[in-house]
Design a protein around this ligand. Structure first.
Ligand code: PMP
Length: 309
């Protein structure tokens, strides 16, 4: 008999899909890691599990303790799932603008969600989380924006999964960056093993990697307002700034052509991957990550409404 004995065993080892319905040059292949197959629905389930396991092992968090984290939502869902496993309470600070579905799911998993004003961005949420941390005893701050266990999660999981699935034949790796943990950890793993691999980071407009000013964007989950300390920007071989319009256009195409229900950060990653594919030589394998699905953005009009807000 083959069955899981807890939902937590089902985190990771997500499927890798070859994208075949978009027009690519002959001999160029594009693959996407479908992270919405994780039980909490995103790439961040891996982070929740890894960070809490480390914190318990290192004695920085005990059963009955509390975790406090500023999060756009998916990290909160991943941490809330892991909090059930480890018997700890979870409090999340989330800027109001982030999707209602994600906030509802965090609460469904037993977490408390505190909203901060949208205008204050992630910085506002981080500030509020720090205040709570000073007030609440036995609180642990997972700190995805500074914790080296964030990139370590992906170095130890997605990196090896991709490498093994394609027998190391990866020429270009493309991924979005929010905290940058997924990109940094996976790119580091791949660069250590594949000398020539090109690592391409993806951001929305209103993110600072390409020298732009921080600003608002509709693409959810990616975009940097500051560079986290674990981020080594020399690992970026190329940076694509993808407009909301292009991300949303591409995710709609993915649904229609490929039957893929992907979120807007996946739309941006796919748009950037297609740009790389169109200039690649025959024999090139490109791999990207689809962090979550569109279903958690239905109330944000992901498939209808205005393209850019
Ligand atoms: N896409 C989505 C939908 C996310 O929630 C996140 C995490 N904020 C990312 C991409 C980016 O992941 P990371 O924080 O590892 O850069």
């Amino acid at each position: 008999m083959k069955y899981a004995r807890s939902i937590h065993e089902l985190v990771g080892n997500t499927p890798l899909l070859e994208i075949t319905s978009f027009t690519l040059p002959d001999g160029v292949k594009l693959f996407a890691k479908l992270e919405f197959f994780n039980p909490g629905g995103s790439v961040k389930d891996r982070l929740g599990q890894y960070i809490l396991k480390q914190a318990i092992q290192e004695g920085r968090l005990q059963k009955g303790g509390t975790i406090i984290e500023p999060t756009a939502g998916n990290t909160g869902i991943g941490l809330a799932l892991a909090a059930i496993k480890y018997g700890v309470k979870a409090i999340f600070v989330t800027p109001k603008k982030f999707s209602r579905e994600k906030q509802t799911l965090m609460r469904a998993l037993g977490a408390e969600v505190i909203n901060t004003p949208t205008e204050l961005g992630m910085e506002g949420a981080i500030q509020k989380a720090k205040e709570l941390l000073a007030e609440i005893p036995d609180a642990f701050y997972p700190g995805q924006f500074h914790n080296p266990n964030n990139p370590a999660t992906y170095y130890e999981t997605i990196g090896p999964e991709l490498y093994e699935a394609l027998d190391g034949k990866i020429d270009i790796f493309v991924a979005g960056a929010g905290s940058g943990g997924t990109f940094m950890g996976t790119a580091t793993y791949l660069k250590e093993r594949i000398r020539e691999v090109k690592c391409v980071v993806v951001e929305p407009e209103g993110s600072i990697l390409n020298g732009g000013e921080p600003g608002s964007h509709r693409t959810e989950g990616i975009g940097m307002e500051f560079i986290p300390p674990f981020m080594d920007t020399s690992i970026f071989d190329e940076i694509y700034t993808i407009s909301d319009q292009e991300a949303f256009y591409t995710l709609k195409e993915a649904a229609r052509l490929e039957g893929l229900l992907i979120g807007s950060s996946s739309g941006a990653a796919l748009a950037a991957s297609l740009k790389e594919a169109r200039k690649a030589k025959p024999g090139t394998n490109i791999v990207t990550i689809f962090p979550d699905s569109s279903e958690r953005y239905i109330s944000s009009d992901i498939y209808d409404g205005g393209e850019v807000s």
